[in-house]
Design a protein. Structure first.
Length: 202
């Protein structure tokens, strides 16, 4: 974690606005905003004030490799963590519903039900306040969410496109194997590419 992210994390943990923290430190709100956006860094005396106010060491603030024990909860508030978990659970349930339903019943509407459940999980997460703020913390939470959940979300599209490609390049006499091959290939390429892009952004 960088200094800017640590200031943001500690401020949110104390339920303080930028204005409130600025008043405590005797600086302007714009100064705090610039610290959190990495446009400037606080002076040494402000680092000391921050460490005393938030009860952390100056080493924790200044060194990126030092982690605070409270960050193990991924910086999510209780309510926000619940939304994160519920959204992920919906995406997993949607994927399982589609897969099990298709192999047991062989009906298109089972795929649609699975897709609807997954979309509801995505909408729940993306409309949550933690993502809508669009600051450094919310961007990192979004990246973490998608790095995990892309493996579930990509299952249905990869299977459908893989099935279409297998029909075009029909490998006789093994149509089931050709479908599985195309689906698996697309699935791995899509998930790996998105994870690489998200890692580069972070």
């Amino acid at each position: 974690m960088k200094l800017s992210e640590k200031i943001y994390y500690l401020r949110r943990k104390q339920n303080l606005s930028q204005e409130q923290l600025a008043e405590i430190l005797g600086v302007s709100r714009q100064a705090v905003s610039k610290w959190e956006a990495e446009q400037s860094a606080p002076e040494i005396d402000k680092i000391v004030q921050l460490s005393e106010f938030f009860n952390v060491s100056t080493d924790y603030l200044l060194k990126e490799n030092i982690v605070n024990i409270n960050e193990e909860c991924e910086g999510l508030e209780k309510g926000q963590r619940k939304v994160y978990i519920i959204s992920t659970a919906l995406i997993i349930v949607g994927a399982l519903t589609a897969i099990v339903g298709w192999y047991e019943i062989q009906r298109l509407w089972m795929l649609l039900i699975g897709a609807i459940i997954q979309v509801s999980g995505i909408v729940l997460f993306e409309t949550n306040e933690i993502v809508k703020t669009n600051d450094l913390h919310s961007k990192e939470v979004r990246r973490r969410f998608w790095r995990i959940n892309i493996w579930m979300v990509a299952l249905l599209p990869a299977s459908c496109v893989g099935n279409l490609l297998a029909r075009v390049f029909f490998f006789r006499p093994y149509p089931a194997i050709s479908t599985l091959f195309f689906s698996l290939l697309l699935y791995i390429i899509l998930c790996v590419c998105i994870n690489v892009l998200l890692k580069k952004q972070s």
